[in-house]
Design a protein around this ligand. Structure first.
Ligand code: PLP
Ligand code: COI
Length: 341
């Protein structure tokens, strides 16, 4: 039985659910892990995560399909990206098969929180890891926790599928030392100033440009970009300093194999944007959120798809991707992990 919640009005926020998974790393090894009802964490005032931000995380969703199953989408890619993020911050890797087991266990323990099919909401899962013991010299922790909690969510941007307005920014998203391509807490802390500033000035998000030349499109604070050319190609920025989005990698396959589109994964110059027909943000939280307008100082780019609705090709990509996730369209081999029949 689903919880008695008005799923259609849910935004992207935290709701405490029944159980979460926790595993501890001590004396060089991970324990078996267990579910707990305790949603709080107690730790040393000098924990490495608090002093030196040694924390990495992932984001994925569980969906209720048309025929009543509960599934998640490509969790193996989240497992391997978390491993890359952890290695970059000198944290022990959480075994990738155990990551998937932990996700499955967490969803199974909170099945009533998986929003109904067609409600517009999904169950967002947040696996994360942090350095827990006290560390005062600058060095990695020796003790860690890997956790997974879940929370039901609606659209990331208010207004749902309505196109948003973004601006370019001179702030840099990624933390120093080239960590932009991993999902580390510090990268997001570095984007907080810019997002508050953007909201205060009436924009929905920031477009980050490459730090070296400020001529190339990177990503936003929480999603990669996709562009559609006037002749119907999908173009998406390639950069070593953006997060390798699982949604973007999946959309490249969907465009080519399901919709017969040409796909270009390459450097994208800001100067090219005026020639594109459609623009969108893609990510687990963002799904595909259409962008109607990009403001770069006095230069305003208004995409022909306008501010009222998603462009027609973006819509086809959206319908096909969500169709695969919700079981309406057959998925490529290995993309869907069934959690409950
Ligand atoms: N870029 C950033 C900075 C993100 O936080 C996210 C969200 O995870 C994405 C891109 C999209 O990645 P994914 O599609 O794997 O969720
Ligand atoms: C996700 O899409 O999972 C993210 O981590 C983005 C975040 C801004 C919510």
């Amino acid at each position: 039985m689903s919880k008695n919640i008005d799923w259609s009005t849910l935004g992207f926020g935290y709701v405490e659910t029944d159980k979460r998974f926790v595993s501890e790393f001590k004396n060089g090894e991970w324990d078996e892990g267990k579910l707990t009802e305790d949603a709080t964490i107690t730790m040393s005032e000098c924990a490495c995560v608090l002093q030196y931000a040694q924390t990495v995380f992932e984001g994925l969703k569980a969906y209720r399909t048309e025929d009543g199953k509960v599934v998640c989408f490509r969790p193996d890619l989240n497992a391997s990206r978390l491993a890359d993020s952890a290695a970059r911050l000198k944290m022990p890797v959480y075994p990738e098969d155990k990551f998937i087991d932990a996700v499955v266990e967490t969803v199974k323990a909170n099945l009533d929180w998986v929003p109904p099919y067609g409600s517009g909401a999904t169950l967002y899962l947040r696996p994360y890891m942090y350095g827990k013991n006290a560390v005062i010299g600058v060095k990695p922790a020796e003790e860690y926790e890997f956790r997974v909690f879940c929370t039901p969510v609606g659209p990331y941007f208010k207004g749902g599928a309505k196109p948003i307005t973004i601006r370019t920014t001179d702030f840099d998203r990624a933390a120093p030392h080239g960590t932009g391509h991993i999902k580390a807490g510090l990268n997001y802390a570095m984007s907080l100033y810019a997002i508050v500033d953007a909201h205060e000035k009436g924009f929905d998000e920031n477009m980050y440009l490459d730090a070296a030349t400020r001529t190339k499109v990177e990503e936003t604070g929480g999603a990669n970009f996709i562009f559609i050319t006037k002749d119907g190609k999908l173009v998406t920025p390639k950069s070593d300093s953006i997060l390798p989005s699982i949604t973007r990698r999946s959309l490249m396959v969907v465009a080519e194999k399901y919709l017969g589109m040409e796909v270009e994964h390459r450097e994208v110059y800001f100067d090219e944007l005026k020639d594109f027909a459609e623009c969108g943000l893609c990510g687990t939280a963002a799904v595909i959120s259409p962008v109607g307008k990009i403001v770069d100082g006095d230069n305003v780019i208004e995409f022909p798809s306008g501010m009222e609705e998603m462009g027609p090709i973006t819509k086809k990509l959206y319908d096909t991707l969500t169709g695969i996730q919700m079981g309406r369209i057959e998925a490529p081999e290995g993309w869907i992990k069934v959690i409950s029949e």
